[in-house]
Design a protein around this ligand. Structure first.
Ligand SMILES: Cc1cc2nc3c(=O)[nH]c(=O)nc-3n(C[C@H](O)[C@H](O)[C@H](O)COP(=O)(O)O)c2cc1C
Length: 184
């Protein structure tokens, strides 16, 4: 089993990383993590080259992400909430999945993707669940770009301003359930 992980926090050892590492320890097979803040990956600039060509015209770190996306089984997205949404850099990277949208919409071909399942980890400083719901709704659109329809309920670790992910005992069982869903 191969899992593509899109990691959306600028903090390398924060709340999201803690939970993601816990998940990765329980996942079967191999994975590739894209650290959206630290990889050299530009946002989509809507140059529209992908309306005529299979490949994205921007030659950067995203090329290896496309390669892995086209052979992986699962897609996991882990991000803090910023303004009740996934972080900007995470969405920058996700915007490059426009190549797959263009293949379907403008070129009438099915992208070379066979990702079976999706998983989401969200962290937030406040305890407000409406922000997490908004972010999850946005991420559902991202999963659709990658052709993923079978998405587990999101693991939401909220209230990190008061209780860090490492101190949040109840979230551990949710991470285990997500691992079981992805491994099955
Ligand atoms: C610019 C910015 C915007 C944020 N917006 C929200 C928000 O809308 N809702 C929320 O619950 N937390 C918000 N937070 C808090 C983070 O989501 C929270 O601290 C999270 O646990 C950080 O995860 P990390 O340690 O993995 O980066 C925001 C933090 C920053 C820096």
């Amino acid at each position: 089993m191969k899992t593509l992980v899109l990691y959306g926090s600028p903090r390398r050892a924060g709340d999201t990383a803690f939970l993601l590492n816990m998940l990765l320890e329980s996942l079967d097979g191999e994975y590739m993590t894209v650290d959206c803040y630290h990889e050299n990956i530009s946002p989509c600039i809507d140059c529209r080259a992908c309306r005529r060509s299979d490949n994205c015209a921007i030659n950067d770190g995203m090329q290896k992400v496309y390669e892995y996306a086209e052979k992986c089984d699962d897609l996991v997205i882990a991000t803090p909430l910023y303004f009740s949404q996934p972080t900007g850099r995470l969405l920058d990277v996700c915007s490059r999945a426009q190549v797959y949208f263009s293949q379907r919409r403008f070129r009438g071909i099915a992208p070379n993707l066979s990702i079976r399942k999706g998983g989401v980890i969200l962290t937030g400083g406040s305890g407000d669940t409406t922000g997490a719901q908004k972010a999850f709704d946005t991420l559902k659109d991202v999963f659709l770009m990658f052709g993923v329809k079978n998405i587990a309920p999101p693991v939401c670790c909220l209230g990190t301003d008061k209780t860090s992910a490492a101190e949040n005992i109840s979230v551990i069982s949710e991470i285990q359930l997500l691992a079981e869903f992805l491994n099955a």
